[in-house]
Design a protein around this ligand. Structure first.
Ligand code: GRG
Length: 289
């Protein structure tokens, strides 16, 4: 896992070269290079390895997905969205570069990512690259990531069109699971997986995404700034709709335990120590076993 993270960090740094006007490239790189967990690119590369392909052919796609994730973090931290002053243990992008640059840095990451997939995936056939860009646009857009964020904001304003349970499920599936689906589905596409395998791994990604957001909700309640690198306890203070606020801490933990077990069951069929390590970490931190 550490080796993969090192490789991803080096490639992220290499793929974005500082050019004129420097401020935008510095702003793009600032949040990108800060120490995130790199879960999405790691999961993309591990899917490729698990299905018997060389991970090197997937590096541009894995890095592009991290760029999209970082774009969503930069925009999420803006005062007009979640209004967070810290990210990855440091001041948020707009606190350092100003709001206009932070908006533009997010936009630039969002558009540079598919450019990277197209330009650097020279070991992949054009038909695969086309599928990857299609996946990217599907999961980044108004039918997934953006939809999740819109409903999240609406729910904070008490504006619920569906039941609280359905609303929460929609937010988690779109705001969080979408990028894990993108990462794992892209890995499977690169490794030329058949439909059956692709669908099975997609189910894994959906369950993992839901588990991860429940984990994130629980951590907001039980963790510290030092551990998370961002403001904690905000969800409770703002009365936000989360797994913990809707079902309580115990039920949230129970649901997390169940989802993690379902994830182990799927991934055990393929044998991946990296997926196991990721699941172990979530389990240990929140459930203590
Ligand atoms: C695509 C134009 C466009 C907009 C995006 C702002 C937005 C719309 C969506 C926000 C999505 C968001 C911030 C979801 C939260 C998901 C989540 C749990 C993030 C934390 O992920 P970690 O813990 O973070 O993996 P690190 O820093 O470790 O990478």
């Amino acid at each position: 896992m550490k080796e993969l993270i090192k490789l991803i960090d080096a490639k992220l740094d290499e793929f974005i070269q500082i050019s004129y006007p420097e401020e935008i490239f510095k702003s793009m790189k600032y949040t990108l290079i800060l120490p995130g967990k790199r879960l999405r690119p790691v999961m993309c590369l591990e899917t490729v390895r698990m299905l018997g392909e060389d991970i090197n052919i997937a590096i541009p796609t894995a890095c592009a997905i991290e760029m999209l994730h970082v774009q969503s973090l930069i925009h999420d931290d803006l005062p007009c969205m979640d209004n967070d002053d810290f990210r990855r243990g440091e001041p948020s992008n707009h606190k350092v570069f100003g709001e206009a640059n932070a908006v533009l840095a997010g936009d630039a990451l969002l558009t540079f990512a598919p450019q990277l997939i197209i330009e650097k995936s020279t070991d992949l056939p054009d038909s695969t690259v086309l599928k990857l860009v299609h996946e990217y646009t599907k999961f980044a857009g108004a039918y997934a990531l953006i939809a999740g964020q819109v409903v999240d904001i609406e729910s904070e304003n008490g504006n619920l069109v569906k039941s609280p349970q359905e609303t929460l499920e929609f937010i988690h599936m779109n705001k969080t699971a979408a990028l894990f689906r993108l990462a794992i589905r892209s890995g499977a596409i690169i490794a030329n997986a058949d439909e059956v395998v692709l669908n099975k791994l997609d189910v894994f990604a959906q369950k993992f995404g839901l588990a991860f957001q429940i984990y994130d909700d629980i951590m907001d309640e039980i963790s510290s700034f030092e551990e998370l690198g961002k403001t904690v306890g905000k969800d409770k203070k703002s009365g936000k709709l989360t797994y913990v606020s809707l079902y309580g801490l115990d039920e949230a933990k129970q649901k997390l335990r169940l989802l993690i077990q379902e994830c182990y069951d799927i991934v055990n069929e393929y044998g991946s120590t990296i997926f196991e390590q990721i699941l172990d970490k979530l389990k240990e931190r929140v459930l203590g076993v």
